[in-house]
Design a protein around this ligand. Structure first.
Ligand code: FPP
Length: 239
């Protein structure tokens, strides 16, 4: 399963993944798109477990974007159902699994039941081995606009002066406040776009684009992405 070579190298502290290709995976098999998302949820379980084995501290996944509401009601409901099912299990097994949760995105558009599950999962989370950040009703531009509005409000209320704004202060207004930026962002399925994912946080991330569809993504694929990450010479704009 896991590649011994990768195991010798320290994994990135924070890996982010655009879980793409569920629809194509289902189409290839003549199945409804929802079946692709169900297989995608299984792939997520596998990878979250494997991240814990490797010692990855943060795993951020794009589960539902601000644009995904444009999909059919059937598909949207299917994804929401999978999320509820997953969170139900996660809440039940939290101590055993040692996974904590954060949610990046505007949860107010989700059903009251799902919102409650997200808030419960977040509030019951402790300093467990892995922190999963679920991007739900998330958009990178939307996140930056919201942060700018909050800062403007704090200026109006006299808590800050405009010139107080630094990169660090701006970061503290984002959903990801207190979470280090991802060193590695993986996009499976052959697409080579960022699709509004972690726009601010990805300034120095290494992107690894892979041909595998997300439901087929396994530990060996994560090993390959981490190996590619280690092959690159990360200079942060220096020499
Ligand atoms: C992108 O593939 C995937 C999504 C929009 C949804 C991702 C959701 C899941 C993996 C299930 C969520 C639940 C858990 C527990 C993580 P696509 O549908 O755009 O694929 P395509 O580009 O092949 O059509």
């Amino acid at each position: 399963m896991a590649n011994t070579e990768t195991k010798l190298l320290p994994p990135p502290e924070h890996i982010a993944i655009i879980m793409d290709g569920n629809g194509r995976w289902a189409k290839k098999r003549g199945l409804p798109r929802t079946a692709g998302h169900a297989a995608g949820a299984e792939a997520f379980r596998r990878i979250a477990n494997y991240c814990r084995t490797l010692g990855v501290r943060y795993l951020t996944v794009y589960a539902f974007s601000t644009e995904n509401w444009k999909r059919s009601q059937d598909e949207v409901e299917g994804i929401m159902r999978l999320l509820r099912k997953y969170l139900e299990e996660a809440l039940r097994d939290m101590e055993k699994n040692r996974v904590s949760f954060r949610f990046f995105g505007d949860l107010s558009r989700l059903s009251p039941k799902l919102q409650k599950m997200c808030l419960d999962a977040q509030s019951r989370s402790q300093d467990y081995d892995v922190q999963v950040n679920f991007c739900l009703n998330y958009g990178g531009r939307d996140e930056i606009v919201r942060a700018a509005r909050c800062f403007a409000q704090d200026v109006l209320e006299g808590k800050h002066a405009p010139e107080d704004l630094t990169e660090d202060l701006m970061s503290s207004y984002l959903y990801s406040a207190d979470v280090p930026d991802p060193e590695l962002i993986i996009r499976p399925s052959g697409e080579m776009r960022t699709s509004n994912f972690l726009l601010w946080q990805s300034a120095y991330s290494e992107y690894v684009f892979m041909d595998v569809l997300w439901p087929d993504f396994g530990p060996e694929d994560l090993d390959r992405a981490i190996e590619e990450y280690h092959r690159r010479n990360r200079r942060f704009g220096g020499t």
